[in-house]
Design a protein around this ligand. Structure first.
Ligand SMILES: [Zn+2]
Length: 218
């Protein structure tokens, strides 16, 4: 079956899509990334797109999802914004991806050493930045309960921030919540480590289906 086709996407389960991301990051970390023929991919995807995942991640130049999950053109919907925060336009983009295109897994990906998180912590206020950083403040309060002096404090905030974004998506998007509850889509939270390229898939709410279990036994 052709990879970038409707049938291919329809045959993938949400759990399989999660596994594709895990395996892709594993290849990336081990320097075994696939040899992507970009021109060939342009050709393959010229008639339509069937991305299996939608990933909300930070705009940080080190966290390009196609690279860190070893994917190519047409494989991922990539929504990027400083601090991987959620707003109405981002919710709309996620809803479009899962409901109208058929992406099977939704991931929120934060990262270590996030500049947006550091700026929020320092109370930076300037132009439109002020408004965006406000959305990170609840995560700072949560992480503070742990240890503010810990050198990993910012990374703790990054984890809390991914949790917050996931919670916000599930609370505010009826479409996502219903599809998730029916098992039509999976939900994953992760943190990318800028020091070694590894993604910590610390939260996986993706349910396994019968066909996933059958595959496991083989
Ligand atoms: Zn960042």
């Amino acid at each position: 079956m052709r990879k970038h086709s409707k049938e291919y996407l329809q045959n993938l389960t949400p759990y399989k899509c999660y596994e594709i991301l895990v395996e892709g990051n594993d290849r990336f970390v081990n320097n075994l990334s696939s040899d992507h023929d970009h021109l060939e991919m342009v050709n393959e995807t010229r008639e339509g797109q069937y991305p299996f995942a939608v990933i909300l991640s930070c705009m940080d130049s080190r966290t390009s999802v196609e690279l860190i999950f070893d994917q190519g053109l047409g494989d991922l919907f990539s929504i990027r914004i400083a601090g991987n925060i959620v707003n109405n336009d981002i919710l709309a983009s996620i809803e479009y991806a899962v409901k109208y295109v058929g992406s099977k897994v939704l991931m929120v990906l934060g990262h270590t050493e996030c500049g947006a998180i550091k700026s929020a912590k320092q109370g930076v206020a300037d132009g439109h930045i002020t408004e965006l950083l406000k959305r990170i403040h609840p995560s700072i309060s949560k992480a503070m309960l742990k240890d503010e002096k810990d050198h990993l404090f910012h990374d703790n905030v990054a984890y809390a921030n991914v949790e917050n974004s996931l919670e916000e998506i599930l609370t505010r998007s009826k479409i996502v919540k219903e599809m998730f509850e029916k098992g039509e889509i999976g939900i994953v939270g992760g943190i990318y480590n800028v020091e070694n390229g590894q993604v910590d898939f610390f939260k996986n709410l993706t349910k396994k289906r019968k066909e996933d279990k059958v595959l496991e036994k083989v």
